[in-house]
Write a protein that binds this ligand. Sequence first.
Ligand SMILES: Cc1cc2nc3c(=O)[nH]c(=O)nc-3n(C[C@H](O)[C@H](O)[C@H](O)COP(=O)(O)O)c2cc1C
Length: 238
Amino acid sequence: MLQNVYILHAIIIINRKANPIFAKIDYTLMDTIQQLKWRYATKKFDATKKLTKAKLNIITEAFNLTATSFGLQTIKLVVIESKTVREPLVAHTYNQKQVLDASHLLVICIQDNIEEIDVSNYYQNIKNIRNTPENILKPYREGLASMMQGKSQQERQEWSKNQAYIALGNLLTVCAMEEIDSCPMEGFIPAKYDQTLKLNQKGLKSVLLLPIGYRAEDDMFSTLKKVRKPIKEAVINI
Ligand SMILES: Cc1cc2nc3c(=O)[nH]c(=O)nc-3n(C[C@H](O)[C@H](O)[C@H](O)COP(=O)(O)O)c2cc1C
């Protein structure tokens, strides 16, 4: 079966220049899984390699295009290039050096609270972009505002955290497709990050890290086989 897929792939590659439809099939059938197998949680980055501005732009755009509940976007991405800023963070990451050696460190944050102004700004943005009339938006705006009011601050933070994990998943896939190495990380002390990066002053809380860049040639994890359950155990077809 697998052999047939590879033969099909070879045929498609031969044809792809001639027919863009084949190129599309080639992309969806093979490259996605290939790239997801290529990626791994990078333990050792090549500290000399830097991401281009173009690659960084893809990452920041992809973050902003992440789906969020209601579209409210109560998460923020902090992009850190400076090694001076990153050096003290290693100790707050249980000495995991990826946060320093990677080209850039991404810190996915949540707002420490969600206020009524966040909801009204969101609906104002819809009005500006889509010209949606007030009478259509009003009930949605009021419904969302009342839903948020019904939550405690901790519940609002948990709600935002769920969005942060979606952004992480999205960025992991985009990195894989762009051949950017990355390491998803929750092994750090958020309170120390918040203090060091003065996130409190911005009304933010750190939730997840994603160092991005290029793997070191001698990262032994890059050649290890993927450990996953057999697909039959992971997926139930009903
Ligand atoms: C939410 C989350 C948190 C993680 N935290 C860390 C971490 O702190 N340090 C680390 O080296 N890897 C971390 N990992 C990486 C996982 O260990 C890794 O993704 C998993 O073992 C599967 O391996 P693979 O990503 O190489 O396929 C984390 C992964 C996820 C999704």
